[in-house]
Design a protein around this ligand. Structure first.
Ligand code: DMJ
Length: 449
C-alpha cells in the first residue's frame, strides 16, 4: 500500500505538475539553506585550491586563469550572490581579495563580451549593493579599456581587445557578443553621467537590429566592418540568445522605446518561425533567417532562458509551454545535456557545465505564476546538481549527463547565476524586487532609476 502511495506521489511530482502538491514554507527555507551550503562549499574549494585564480579546477584541485594574468573571475562574479544569500564572511573575503589583487592594467587580450557580462556587470552591482566607490572605480577603468573594441565601420565591436594597448582582434562577431553590452555600458553611463558608454553599446545593438531579415530574425555571425551576415542560421541559442534578452531588458532598465519596438518585432518573429509545439512542451528550433525554413531541430541548456524571458515580458501562456519542454530536457537524460535533437529525441552534446538557464526560467515562471510546480521543478534541479556535481573540492561540470561522469571545470557563473537563481526561486519575493531591479544576463541585479 505504502509503495503504491509513494509511486503515485513520485509520478505526480516527476511527470506531471498539473496537480503538483503544495510546496511548504519550511521546504522553501530548507532549499534556501541547501543552496547556501552548496555555495559555501564551492567557495571553500576555491579558497583552498584556487585562491587568486580565475576559477577552480575541481577534479585536479588547482586554479585556472583565463588569460596571462588573473582577472579574479570567480570572486568578482560571486560577490553579490554572497550578499544576497546572506553569506557575510564569504562576501568579506571576496571583497578583500578583489581590492588587494584586481588590476585591469594587465597584459591580457580579453573577450569583450565575457568580461563585460561577468566583470563590468558584477562590479557595478557590487557598488550598488555595498556602496564602496572602489568598485565603481574598477568598473570605469575596465570600461575605458574595453571601449576601443567599438572602433569599427559599423560601431559593432571586435570580439577581443587588449587591456593595455587597446589592440583589437576578430571582426567576425555574433549578435549575443555585440548586443549583450548594453545593460553594463548603459548602467555605467547612469552611474558616471558620461553618455559615451550607453551611446556606443546602443549603436552596436541597433546595428544588429537594422540588419535583421524581413522575417524579423537575425543570423548567427556577422562581419562588423561590412555588416554582412556570415552565418544566416537563426535560433535563440548561443551566439544569439542574450542579444534578444538585452533588447527586452534594455527597455526595462532604460525605458528606451526604440528597444520595446525592436522586442515586439523580434519576439513575434521568434514565435512565428522558431516555436515548435510537441507532446513534451514547446521547443525552439533553428531556421534560415531569410526564408524561415528549418535547418536543424537542436535545443539545449542555453535555450532554456527563453521561457523566463517570455514570462518576464508577459507572455505567460507560451512561457509555460517552453518551461514544460525545459523540464523534459532536464529530466529525460538525467540532467539536461548541452544540446539534443528534440525531433529524434537524441543527445547531440552530452555535457553539462553547471548552467543556470533552466533554474533562471523556474525563477521567472514562479514569480509571475506563483504556481508551486515551478518550485518542484527547481527543487529537482538543485537536488540533481548537489547529488551529481558536488565533489570534495567544489562542484564539477559533467562530461556526460547520461553517465554522470565529471569533468574538471567550475565556471564562475555557478556563483554569479546558478546559485543565485537557485536561491531566489525559493526565497521570499522581497529578496529580489523585479519592479526595482533588472537582472543582467549573468544575473547581476541593476537598480532601475
Ligand atoms: C552565462 O555566462 C550568461 O548567461 C550568458 O548570457 C550565456 N550563458 C552563460 C551561462 O550558461
Amino acid at each position: 500500500m505504502r509503495l503504491r502511495f509513494l509511486l503515485a506521489f513520485h509520478l505526480i511530482s516527476v511527470c506531471s505538475f498539473s496537480q503538483s502538491p503544495g510546496f511548504s514554507d519550511s521546504l522553501r527555507s530548507e532549499m534556501c539553506n541547501k543552496v547556501r551550503d552548496a555555495c559555501r562549499h564551492a567557495w571553500q574549494g576555491y579558497k583552498q585550491f584556487a585562491w587568486g585564480y580565475d576559477d577552480l579546477r575541481p577534479l585536479t584541485e588547482n586554479g585556472r586563469n583565463w588569460y596571462k594574468q588573473s582577472m579574479l573571475m570567480t570572486p568578482v562574479d560571486a560577490f553579490d550572490t554572497f550578499i544576497l544569500l546572506g553569506l557575510k564572511e564569504e562576501a568579506k573575503e571576496s571583497k578583500e581579495l578583489i581590492f588587494s589583487q584586481l588590476n585591469f592594467d594587465a597584459d591580457n587580450e580579453v573577450q569583450v563580451f565575457e568580461i563585460t557580462i561577468r566583470q563590468l556587470a558584477a562590479l557595478q552591482t557590487a557598488y550598488e549593493l555595498d556602496g564602496d566607490k572602489r568598485f565603481l572605480a574598477l568598473a570605469v577603468d575596465l570600461a575605458k579599456r574595453l571601449l576601443p573594441a567599438f572602433n569599427s565601420n559599423t560601431g559593432m565591436p571586435y570580439r577581443y581587445v587588449h587591456l593595455q594597448t587597446g589592440k583589437t582582434r576578430d571582426g567576425i562577431n555574433n549578435p549575443a557578443e555585440i548586443g549583450t553590452l548594453l545593460l553594463e555600458f548603459g548602467k555605467l553611463s547612469k552611474l558616471t553621467g558620461d553618455p559615451v558608454y550607453f551611446q556606443k553599446a546602443k549603436k552596436a545593438l541597433m546595428a544588429v537590429f537594422d540588419r535583421r531579415a524581413s522575417t524579423g530574425l537575425v543570423g548567427e555571425t556577422i562581419d562588423i566592418q561590412t555588416g554582412e551576415w556570415k552565418s544566416k542560421a537563426s535560433h535563440i541559442s548561443g551566439y544569439i540568445d542574450s542579444y534578444y534578452e538585452y533588447v527586452y531588458k534594455g527597455w526595462k532598465l532604460f525605458g528606451d522605446k526604440e528597444l520595446k519596438k525592436a522586442w515586439d518585432i523580434h519576439s513575434a518573429a521568434i514565435k512565428k518561425y522558431l516555436l515548435r509545439e510537441t507532446a513534451h512542451g514547446s521547443f525552439l528550433t533553428r531556421v534560415d533567417m531569410n526564408s524561415g525554413k528549418e535547418i536543424a531541430s537542436y535545443y539545449g541548456a542555453l535555450d532554456a532562458f527563453y521561457a523566463g524571458l517570455l514570462a518576464y515580458s508577459g507572455d505567460l501562456a507560451t512561457a509555460r509551454k517552453v518551461q514544460k519542454a525545459n523540464y523534459y530536457m532536464w529530466t529525460h537524460f538525467n540532467i539536461e545535456p548541452e544540446e539534443f535533437d528534440f525531433k529524434t529525441d537524441s543527445v547531440r552534446s552530452a555535457y553539462y557545465v553547471l548552467r543556470p538557464e533552466n533554474l533562471e526560467s523556474c525563477f521567472y515562471l514562479y514569480r509571475y505564476t506563483r504556481s508551486d510546480k515551478y518550485l518542484w521543478m527547481a527543487k529537482r534541479m538543485v537536488d540533481d546538481i548537489v547529488e551529481h556535481c558536488k565533489n570534495k573540492a567544489g562542484f564539477a561540470s559533467l562530461k556526460d549527463v547520461r553517465t554522470y561522469e565529471k569533468t574538471n571545470s567550475m565556471e564562475s557563473f555557478l556563483f554569479g547565476e546558478t546559485f543565485k537563481y537557485a536561491y531566489l526561486v525559493f526565497a521570499p519575493a522581497s529578496a529580489m524586487d523585479l519592479k526595482k531591479n533588472v537582472l543582467t544576463t549573468e544575473a547581476h541585479p541593476f537598480r532601475i532609476k
